[in-house]
Design a protein around this ligand. Structure first.
Ligand code: FAD
Length: 446
């Protein structure tokens, strides 16, 4: 504990919870007099096009809840709005801050932000301690025997499991140290409007997932009509649940569920090792002659392709901010193969709309679908959206939920014929990839 009245600030970012929070636990148990902080970062908010963004609404509602609970404990949450370095300069003038804690965030933007804030704090002699919290393994903790990164999921998953020990999923009981929060009168929080946003129709996915669901997960996870997946992705994104708690339950209830959580960490470490999400992971795929067709793209985003499973998924996304994983794969394949539109266009649409948007998983998912990514399905594997529908939504329950006009004259005819579109995709991919081989070979001559 600091003897003086020095304040330790715990800076919340994507760890918006009081329970089982590693960085917060360390601040409370090792420092004391802890002032929690959240910054609405204008560097991120200014880039959002929609002023009614469900994610901003979700963060705001979560902060209101945290504020209520901290006030009950005689403390308060500080909520600032601005560029992090500028906000920190103001805070350092206002409070006797002697230490800062936070949890790791390895996205490229977050790393640059933390470096800048870390330098500012170091310049004032203030330690900035950060901790692993959002994953079991991070950065280069799971690598090949030769030290190189894994770029294929299955060997990564096996190595992950061989290195895993249950103690790594133990909770950090931050909630047991509530007395170590700084005592303070409540600080007012900016409203959504004050930070430039509007309330939305957000429906927050439930925070609880039942044992029953996890037990049946392997059987139900591919059926979009059934509530058979955990719907934890949004909570994992914002840290409103602890990944350690989910891993502990998966060990008990569902090995398949653990594998999915490992997919998340697989893509996180890919982004950490290869921080260039704008480029095709396999460079040859940047030679494919994508079609630039605004009208086709608009039909896809609106869910008017004439393929019911694709349309249902795209409409679910716009209406709720979420889409079932099976359907994400089908719509992504449809855009990149059937319509031959660059995966980056689809990735950007998902990034704007998804409540659970995670750069690493979204980029990984899109590159997987287009064939350009790690562990890619070969490009010649083109999902047939009609067969996918027959297999995963045979009673059309999911389709009818999102495409009520399906089966009437008001529903559009398919915008492309599957066989023709498939042949066009195969020819175009082949040509692009062969061209790049020639170019690479030619380049070697010089
Ligand atoms: P569950 O099936 O219950 O899975 C449990 C958890 O495992 C998920 O919450 C998620 O954290 C993780 N997970 C499951 N599948 C994957 C996967 N394929 N890749 C990475 N993590 C996974 N997931 C995101 O969290 N954010 C994204 O931006 C995102 N974009 C995607 C884009 C495409 C094109 C595709 C094909 C997949 C994307 N996914 C993304 C992965 C997956 O679709 C979602 O994680 C899943 O649908 C979330 O629902 P759930 O929580 O019910 O999943």
């Amino acid at each position: 504990m600091n003897g003086a009245r020095g304040i330790t600030v715990h800076w919340f970012r994507r760890d918006l919870r009081l329970e089982d929070n590693h960085g917060l636990f360390r601040a409370l148990s090792e420092h004391g007099n802890v002032q929690p902080l959240f910054i609405f970062d204008t560097g991120i908010l200014d880039k959002l096009e929609d002023r009614a963004d469900r994610r901003v609404d979700l963060i705001h509602r979560t902060l209101e809840d945290l504020q209520r609970r901290l006030v009950e404990r005689g403390s308060t949450l500080l909520v600032a709005h601005g560029s992090p370095v500028e906000v920190w300069k103001t805070l350092l003038d206002r409070y006797p801050i002697t230490a800062v804690t936070a949890n790791h965030d390895h996205e490229p933007y977050a790393q640059a932000r933390d470096k800048a804030v870390g330098e500012l704090l170091a310049g004032r002699g203030i330690p900035f301690r950060t901790f692993k919290d959002i994953s079991i393994f991070e950065r280069n903790e799971v690598v090949k025997d030769d030290g190189g990164p894994y770029t294929v999921y299955t060997p990564y998953m096996r190595k992950w499991k061989s290195l895993f020990h249950p103690s790594m999923a133990q909770a950090y009981p931050s909630e047991k140290h509530a007395e170590a929060f700084r005592r303070s009168d409540p600080e007012p929080m900016p409203s959504l409007q004050q930070i430039g946003f509007q309330p939305t129709d957000l429906v927050v996915p439930p925070m609880e997932v039942s044992d029953e669901l996890l037990r049946h997960y392997e059987r139900t996870r591919d059926l979009p009509a059934v509530a058979g997946t955990s719907r934890m992705s949004t909570h994992l994104r914002f840290g409103t649940v602890s990944v350690r708690a989910l891993v502990r339950r998966s060990l008990e209830l569902s090995p398949k569920y653990l594998n999915e959580l490992i997919w998340r960490e697989f893509f996180m470490q890919v982004l950490w090792h290869f921080p260039h999400p704008e480029k095709a992971f396999k460079p040859a795929y940047d030679r494919i002659a994508w079609r630039h067709d605004e009208q086709d793209l608009a039909r896809w985003t609106a869910g008017l392709t004439g393929y019911p499973l694709v349309d249902a998924g795209m409409r679910e996304l716009s209406a709720t901010g979420l889409m079932h994983n099976r359907v994400r794969m089908v719509v992504a394949s449809f855009l990149t193969k059937h319509l031959l539109i660059d995966w980056r266009m689809g990735e950007a649409w998902f990034a704007a709309k998804l409540l659970d948007f995670e750069l690493s998983s979204n980029n990984g998912g899109w590159q997987w679908a287009s064939g350009s990514g790690c562990d890619a399905a070969p490009y010649f594997r083109v999902f047939n959206p009609t067969l996918q529908l027959q297999r995963f939504d045979p009673a059309l329950t999911y389709v009818k939920r999102w495409v009520p006009e399906h089966g009437t004259v008001n529903y559009p005819r398919p915008m492309v014929v599957h066989e023709t579109a498939r042949a066009r995709a195969l020819a175009t991919f082949k040509e692009g990839l062969e061209r790049s081989t020639v170019t690479a070979a030619q380049q070697r001559m010089f």
